[in-house]
Write a protein that binds this ligand. Structure first.
Ligand code: GLA
Length: 401
């Protein structure tokens, strides 16, 4: 409960509560969210915590254990994009979108802590937005449905911070369930929980933070998004989601746009394929009334999912061109060392790789895949990667203090 300690040290007194919002990994569906497509992320055990208390007045005072420079004061009146920059733009943006949606944000003090590596492509920004959204709405007595909070947190990032991200990260942080991946249809915004418990089948999820810092604000992300929109425009569809047959893309003369669109169309299908495999393996499709007890997925399911992960990496590397050298080396080393599959996750150009690995003793972060990736990085003189075992966890929540 380090956020509460920080609160006491910086502000004195006891916070009204402490809220945790998790980061996310994404099993399948990359750069599909802003194309109205499908994504299948899951929440991580790691996240951002915010210890908060209401205070009279119209000022939010923030501090963060990861930003030792001191406290930041945000005047709630007259808040507008551009007025707050740096890390505090994320919390300020949440306050701004809440007010713009007609909710009165209370003044208060908020102490923030995170155990998510920043810049690792694990959605530390969305986790910060979602932790603040929960903290502010809770201390302000605002009762806002989760689905609406997702939209507001995303708007903070798009319209206040100015990064044109999709809706996956905030959805994963606010809507996930432990032991499940979250299937989100980004066109209808319908969600469903897909049972996802690799440990039950002797498999595990290993995140490799390649330590190549990922920056969404550097323009490449926005460029990919614009290319997808241009491809859809030339093909006469509202978004690439409306296409399912890669052969339809032959009508695109531009080879770059054709590759971008092919990634999106094939990745949407891979999401549905993974969902089909997981649902079939747990018996969910066979037991709509819940009469047949679900059985844990067999290892063969994970072999199949692994194959799709490896395919997705090739698609992100060659068609969407958002991978980076450390990710390619980590994926290659992981596959050679016996991973079922591996791929880069998130926006790209830095961040993390997700590997699905055999873990008969329940510890995916130990073993041959870790050793192989470590060796491959050392052999190139690169900074050693960081490994995290990922377990599909619960969504943002209040912690007991
Ligand atoms: C970032 C964005 C998401 C999504 C991914 C790529 O994480 O925040 O909205 O577009 O990149 O799948």
């Amino acid at each position: 409960m380090r956020a509460a300690e920080l609160f006491r040290a910086r502000f004195g007194g006891t916070p009204d509560g402490v809220w945790l919002a998790p980061g996310r990994a994404n099993l399948m569906g990359e750069h599909t969210d802003y194309n109205d497509g499908y994504v299948l992320p899951f929440a991580l055990g790691q996240g951002v915590t915010a210890a908060a208390a209401r205070r009279p007045g119209r000022v939010l005072t923030l501090c963060s254990r990861q930003e030792p420079a001191g406290t930041v004061e945000i005047a709630l009146d007259g808040l507008a994009p551009g007025r707050v920059t740096g890390w505090a733009a994320y919390p300020a943006g949440v306050a701004w979108t809440l007010e713009a949606a007609g909710h009165r944000v209370p003044g208060g003090c908020v102490a923030i802590d995170s155990d998510l590596p920043a810049g690792a492509g694990l959605s530390s920004s969305a986790a910060l937005e979602c932790a603040i959204a929960l903290a502010l709405t809770s201390i302000g007595g605002l009762d806002i449905p989760r689905g609406e909070l997702v939209t507001l947190a995303r708007r903070a990032e798009n319209d206040f911070v100015g990064v044109p991200t999709g809706i996956m990260d905030q959805s994963a942080s606010l809507l996930s369930q432990a032991g499940h991946a979250l299937l989100l249809d980004c066109r209808s915004l319908e969600t469903s929980q897909v049972p996802f418990d690799p440990a039950a089948a002797g498999a595990g999820l290993l995140l490799v933070n390649t330590r190549a810092k990922h920056e969404l604000t550097d323009g490449e992300y926005g460029r990919r998004r614009a290319e997808c929109e241009e491809a859809a425009r030339r093909l006469g569809v509202p978004s690439l989601r409306y296409l399912t047959d890669p052969a339809d893309l032959d009508r695109l003369d531009d080879p770059v746009l054709r590759r971008r669109a092919r990634h999106v169309v094939t990745d949407n299908q891979r999401v549905l394929d993974v969902v089909g495999l997981l649902n079939a393996a747990t018996g969910a499709l066979l037991a709509p009334g819940g009469t047949t007890p679900p059985s844990p997925p067999a290892t063969s399911t994970y072999h199949e999912i692994g194959r799709l992960l490896a395919q997705a990496h090739v698609s992100l590397r060659d068609d969407f061109e958002v991978s980076w050298p450390e990710a390619d080396v980590a994926v290659e080393a992981a596959l050679a060392a016996g991973a079922f599959g591996a791929r880069m996750i998130g926006g790209g150009f830095g961040g993390s790789v997700l590997a699905l690995v055999p873990a008969p003793d329940g510890s995916p972060s130990e073993g041959p895949v870790r050793d192989a990736v470590t060796g491959a990085f050392a052999g190139r003189g690169w900074t050693a990667p960081e490994f995290l075992a990922a377990v599909p966890a619960a969504s943002a929540r209040r912690l007991d203090t």
